[in-house]
Design a protein around this ligand. Structure first.
Ligand code: ZN
Length: 303
């Protein structure tokens, strides 16, 4: 169970901009500040400007430079709070709600949310051991249906985007928006996400046939009402789909297809850090924000 913090503790730990700045500096540069321009470690503090100066290239920078915080006018404390809220609300938070909570415009809250998603976008690593693989469709008008009814409603619903997910037995999930659920597409994602020789559980979808050439592949026949066969089941990844869909329906109402992968990454990040201490999870987001930039222009025009 995650070790949560409350608002009072949060404000005690991050009472002002200075506290937030030193926390972000520590998380971004855990082995000591290095110049974002030339990597030099000979750094001076320009105290009255809250900036740093590099003894090598002589350029100035701040704790925001060369990260998703770059060029943001939003106070660090609001950034910290946005990160905390986004990583601790199981189903996420809408930009409307976030704007009310932080006292910023909805546009600012929306941009903040997307920059945080940019920071936490998935790292590539291969799962091994025993994994479950399943695909689902996100989008369309699902609001009138109960969550459990949405999991098995056909494989090619119009107006929906397919997403393939892989979950290991430690509960770690990675998921990707895919163009279709053809065998070649699914196989390509599985090869990119799972070590050869691992045990892969799926359902009976034909797109998964042929996996046994590379994996110990077992499947359950959902069509025949079979959900667990021996050790094989896909119940773990399906509970992740259920949470993603509840977030989609109850919180975001709509995730534009353009940004769908980032929302999926947001749910993966929370799933994968659910055992972590809340404060460490916030720190991890700032660590991951290194070398990641997202301008408003790029966000709007991203295809
Ligand atoms: Zn430098």
């Amino acid at each position: 169970m995650k070790d949560e913090i409350n608002v009072f503790e949060f404000l005690q730990q991050f009472p002002d901009e200075d506290a937030c700045e030193s926390y972000i500096v520590k998380k971004r540069w855990p082995t000591g500040i290095s110049c974002p321009h030339c990597k030099n470690h000979n750094i001076y503090r320009l105290e009255n400007q809250k900036r740093f100066k590099c003894g090598g290239c002589r350029k100035q920078f701040s704790c925001r430079t060369n990260s998703v915080l770059a060029e943001s006018k939003v106070k660090l404390q609001k950034w910290m709070m946005a990160v905390w809220i986004l990583t601790s609300h199981r189903k996420g938070i809408s930009s409307v709600q976030l704007s009310k909570t932080l006292g910023v415009t909805q546009k600012t809250a929306w941009f903040l949310g997307h920059r945080i998603r940019e920071a936490i976008s998935q790292r590539r690593s291969l799962f091994d051991g025993v994994v479950e693989v399943d695909e689902t469709f996100i989008g369309g008008k699902e609001k009138n249906k109960h969550a459990s009814k949405k999991l098995r409603q056909g494989r090619g619903a119009v107006g929906k985007k397919p997403v393939v997910g892989i979950k290991n037995r430690n509960g770690q999930v990675k998921a990707a928006v895919i163009p279709d659920v053809k065998g070649s597409t699914l196989h390509c994602r599985i090869h990119g996400g799972v070590e050869r020789g691992a045990t892969v559980y799926t359902d009976e979808h034909l797109g998964y046939s042929g996996l046994s050439a590379f994996y110990n592949h077992e499947f359950v026949k959902h069509g025949a009402g079979e959900y667990v066969k021996g050790m094989a089941s896909t119940n773990g990844i399906e509970s992740f789909w259920s949470l993603l869909k509840r977030g989609y329906i109850g919180i975001y109402h709509k995730m534009s297809f353009k940004h769908l992968q980032k929302y999926v990454d947001e749910f993966c990040f929370r799933q994968n850090s659910r055992e972590g201490v809340a404060i460490d999870v916030i720190g991890d987001v700032f660590f991951r924000s290194n070398n990641k930039r997202l301008t408003y222009k790029r966000l709007i025009h991203a295809s």
